[in-house]
Design a protein around this ligand. Structure first.
Ligand code: SAM
Length: 225
């Protein structure tokens, strides 16, 4: 399914050992996924020297591919199994969706920029990720027609927990979302424990590009809703 040359394989192994396992990620499914998805295939050519580095990488539309450790941390917090249906909000390059797709049964990923959605769709098709569906639109609405989801992973920063998303979780489902100001956010795991109750756990400070949409930041000026 996934195309990898020897260089890519060696670089991924080193990336996972040094940046991910060493920092405390223990979920074997996540470690395996991070080692098999070729991050370099999702990185623009002029940034290819950063493909396996411990950093976010710029892509088109002023967006980024998240740092490998953060992708792994969010996937671990999503507590995925092979029977799970997952929603990702913020496709970007499609890299995170591919990682989630290596673990879960099916991943729906929404992107607000048409050009990024089209590009990610193309990359994922070329690499053979048949269980990842890219949708163009405002992900702050979630994807009610495919809900409920066992996990929802939001890869852009929201001003508040997005209620529309938490309502689309299964009972026991997990919403992983960075919440805070434009400059600094906390990574939250929200678990739906019953029809109308949720628990929230914080996993420390993170920094993401803004979640822009009707139930996120409004427009490009980061005006709170
Ligand atoms: N997961 C991505 C990857 O692996 O390349 C990284 C995502 S990047 C940090 C965040 C993405 O969220 C950007 O591509 C941005 O356009 C997108 N985004 C922001 N607000 C959104 C919204 N309301 N709906 C869908 N996508 C959104």
């Amino acid at each position: 399914m996934t195309l990898q040359n020897n260089d890519s394989r060696g670089n991924l192994k080193t990336m996972v050992e040094r940046q991910i396992a060493r920092r405390g990620i223990t979920d074997q499914n996540v470690l395996h996924a991070m080692q098999t998805v070729p991050r370099d295939a999702f990185i623009p050519e002029d940034e290819s020297n950063l493909a396996f580095e411990d950093t976010a990488v710029r892509i088109a539309e002023g967006q980024t591919v998240s740092q490998p450790y953060i992708v792994a941390k969010m996937a671990e917090l999503a507590e995925l199994t092979s029977s799970d249906t997952v929603l990702e909000v913020g496709t970007g390059s499609g890299y995170g969706a591919a990682v989630l797709g290596r673990i879960a049964k099916h991943v729906y990923s929404i992107e607000r920029h048409a050009s990024l959605a089209a590009n990610a769709r193309q990359t994922l098709a070329r690499l053979g990720y048949a269980n990842v569906t890219i949708v163009e639109g405002d992900g702050t609405y979630g994807l009610p027609e495919q809900a409920p989801f066992d996990a929802i992973v939001v890869t852009a920063a929201a001003p508040t927990i997005v209620l529309q998303l938490q309502q689309q979780l299964t009972e026991g489902g997990r919403l992983i979302i960075p919440v805070g100001t434009a400059d600094s956010q906390e990574l939250l795991q929200i678990r739906r424990t019953s029809e109308d109750s949720f628990t929230t756990t914080s996993f420390g400070a993170v920094r993401f590009v803004p979640l822009i949409g009707d139930f996120g930041w409004q427009g490009n000026n980061n005006v709170p809703p």
